[in-house]
Design a protein around this ligand. Sequence first.
Ligand code: G1P
Ligand code: ZN
Length: 542
Amino acid sequence: MTKTIDTQPISGQRPGTSGLRAKTRAFMEPGYLENFIQAGFNALGGVEGKSLVLGGDGRFYNERAIQIIMKMAAGNKAARVVVGREGILSTPAASAEIRVRGCDAGIILSASHNPGGENEDFGVKFNISNGGPAPESVTDAIYEFTTTITTYQTHDADDVDLSALGESSMGPTVIEVVDPVENYAKLMRTLFDYDAIRAMFAGGFKMRFDAMHAVTGPYASAILEGELGAAAGTVFNGKPLPDFGGGHPDPNPVHAHQLMKEMFSADAPELGAASDGDGDRNMIVGRHCYVTPSDSLAALAANAHLAPGYADGLAGVARSMPTSRAVDRVAQALGISAFETPTGWKFFGNLLDTNKATLCGEESAGTSSNHVREKDGLWAVLLWLNILAARGLSVAELMQDHWSRFGRDYYSRHDYEGVDKAAAEALMAALRDKLPELPGTPINGMTVTAADDFSYTDPVDGSTSAKQGVRIVFGDMARVVFRLSGTGTVGATLRVYMEKFEDDPSQQNEDTQQMLSVLADAAQSLAGIKEHLSRDAPDVMT
Ligand code: G1P
Ligand code: ZN
């Protein structure tokens, strides 16, 4: 039976860079999840007669939230809800399901790489029919609905058994529980040369994949060990846990320290990789060679044609503004376009839909292509495997070759986490005020050539997104970018991104922080980080 429940707006339900993120306990408050879901349904123009994909990364509250959302979908007269078994779907797999099944929308439950648990974070993201995150026009509408909502619709029904595959009905709605891996694995087979990768593993190639007790465990085990013949035990931390084993499921050298240690040990395997909470991020590390996400994007762009799915070459590439310019250099050499978009995957959607870009990436360890409309951690790992198999080089050799051809963009991001929001906003405001005077100014031996607050006009729909981060550019040689995170749940996080180009091999140095120290000093003097935030050093440097 359908029921209309009275509710009232809850403040602060504004979707950020990647959906709505908040403390799990906030989501457990009566009406919090329900209001946001109803607002999302409303913003999609209602879901009556529509089909939805639903799943999450398995974190604490995932299954409860899924039971609530299925009942609300039935209360809103959806035709069908496709839900992953046990409520599991990685973000790229959800995107693939929407596209393969021609669904109208999707709801993904995840706070990505943020820790999970009753005292940690939870999140909800709406995706649209192209399989990608809802664009700003939709997320703005969702927020508007959350400020005026007075009722939501649900359906009185028993919980659905999410362990059994198959269809059941809930009022007007068919609930279909599906294998979360099957369609995704099928899609991967169409893109990569599995025979070549299988032969490489059969020849003794060793790798380690850290699933960080998050959603990619079942995907990586099925594909790497099951289909490609990687040795048993290649995938570790493979069992998804509601609190990710107490860890921080963010695949970077800081949080994937166990993997890093192994990859820099004497008997390190050839390839190490990791993925995050919901499976959309990736980390790539070769034997004694960490590959920054910006370099990974550039190397993938230069070599993607070696994989069958990209054999015709790339239409173009796109990167988020703070991502290093390494991929632009590849695009220039290939004679294809390079787009610079604001941070957040949703800005790639139109470029992929209109075939302006084939490959996209962000410095925050997100890389993907037009096969889905989300970033895709395991896909990036498979593309690397395909390229290594085709070229017969080690990761370190491949990167050396890349840098000798295109030059090297040293890159690092410094994060100041959980700082006072007002102080962080004051820092950004003061920096913005300075921008007009900066061009022409010498700073630490470099001269500012341009300084602005990044504004993006989508080349497809003409929509404009302003105030996307401060860029201070020192010609082609260096850049410093400042922006505030849009995904945090406590206070504010200042991100400072630095990059320096070096094409003279005799000047290239393995110590990235040392290579960038001039820029770190410039960032400090330009923004007055110590003074504004009362912090002496960043919390995380990646
Ligand atoms: C962060 C990353 C951004 C990514 C987003 C979602 O957002 O910087 O590249 O798209 O997470 O994974 P931020 O916290 O910087 O707003
Ligand atoms: Zn993620």
